[in-house]
Design a protein around this ligand. Structure first.
Ligand SMILES: Nc1ncnc2c1ncn2[C@@H]1O[C@H](COP(=O)(O)OP(=O)(O)O)[C@@H](O)[C@H]1O
Ligand SMILES: [Mg+2]
Length: 249
């Protein structure tokens, strides 16, 4: 469902020169799977996701999403993808329900389809209590749930979530993890980025460890533990990224 081959993105920065934000990354994710992209700040997670969501064009390499090439058929890719970016903004004056109606209309949905989908998403994410309140009055968790619902209003088969629990309290984060698992169980293809180790263990069917733009290791959490010879995922991460040396230095 998602297939990534040697995907590379080089940014040209006036001060820093050429930055290989994503460097020959390859992986795949099947329907009914959650693929975790695990990496520290600046590792390249967001850039991979923006390439898959067709917000950036790759410098080289290729990727297909829902069977469509991100370079040759970006419109088809967009129709099948829901992408939650870290910087997703909402309109403060709209209620959550109005927000979903607005983005549903942009996706070409009719009123009945929007109403049905709003109901399903509100129940799945625990939004029913605040659906008719204005977004401007929301807590961070309520805003994030609204952003996720907005991202998935058209019920896309591929779901790309960039650090969706960042900065959220425990209960809001739990609700989102439960919802993401439900999506997986209904056959969605999910790409999920995080730097939170316990989240990876609880959620992801496969994990790619990304560091300096490169996918350094990939597999189930059990496979990665075995490869690193460590039980604790944090130790696995440090070993496989070679960050031990950086730590020592
Ligand atoms: N538009 C851009 N222009 C220049 N450099 C960028 C741009 N976007 C990201 N980068 C750089 O690419 C690298 C990877 O960034 P990013 O994908 O945001 O990492 P992550 O999401 O894992 O924190 C970083 O060094 C970042 O500074
Ligand atoms: Mg990021």
């Amino acid at each position: 469902m998602i297939s990534v081959h040697s995907l590379t993105k080089v940014f040209k920065d006036r001060k820093r020169g050429q930055i290989r934000a994503v460097d020959a990354v390859s992986f795949s994710c099947q329907p009914g799977q959650i693929y975790g992209l695990l990496g520290a700040n600046g590792a390249g997670k967001t850039t991979v996701m923006r390439l898959l969501a067709t917000l950036l064009r790759p410098t080289s390499g290729s990727a297909t999403v829902a069977g469509y090439s991100v370079t040759d058929a970006p419109d088809a890719v967009r129709a099948h993808v829901g992408f939650l970016a870290a910087s997703t903004a909402l309109y403060a004056r709209l209620t959550a329900r109005e927000t979903l109606a607005y983005f549903g209309a942009l996706q070409g949905m009719d009123a009945a389809a929007i109403a049905a989908r709003t109901d399903t998403l509100a129940r799945g994410l625990g939004m029913t209590d605040f659906l008719d309140r204005r977004v401007g009055t929301f807590s961070t968790g309520m805003k994030q749930k609204t952003s996720i619902a907005r991202t998935l209003i058209h019920d896309p088969s591929v779901i790309i979530l960039d650090e969706p629990t960042l900065g959220l309290d425990v209960m809001a984060a739990r609700a989102i993890l439960r919802f993401v698992r439900d999506c997986r169980d209904r056959g969605k293809t999910v790409i999920y980025s995080t730097h939170v180790m316990p989240e990876v263990e609880r959620l992801c069917d496969r994990v790619g460890i990304i560091h300096g733009g490169r996918l350094l290791a990939e597999g189930t959490v059990a496979e990665l533990r075995e490869r690193a010879g460590k039980a604790d995922l944090e130790d696995v991460f440090v070993t496989l990224t070679g960050a031990e040396k950086e730590e020592a230095a």
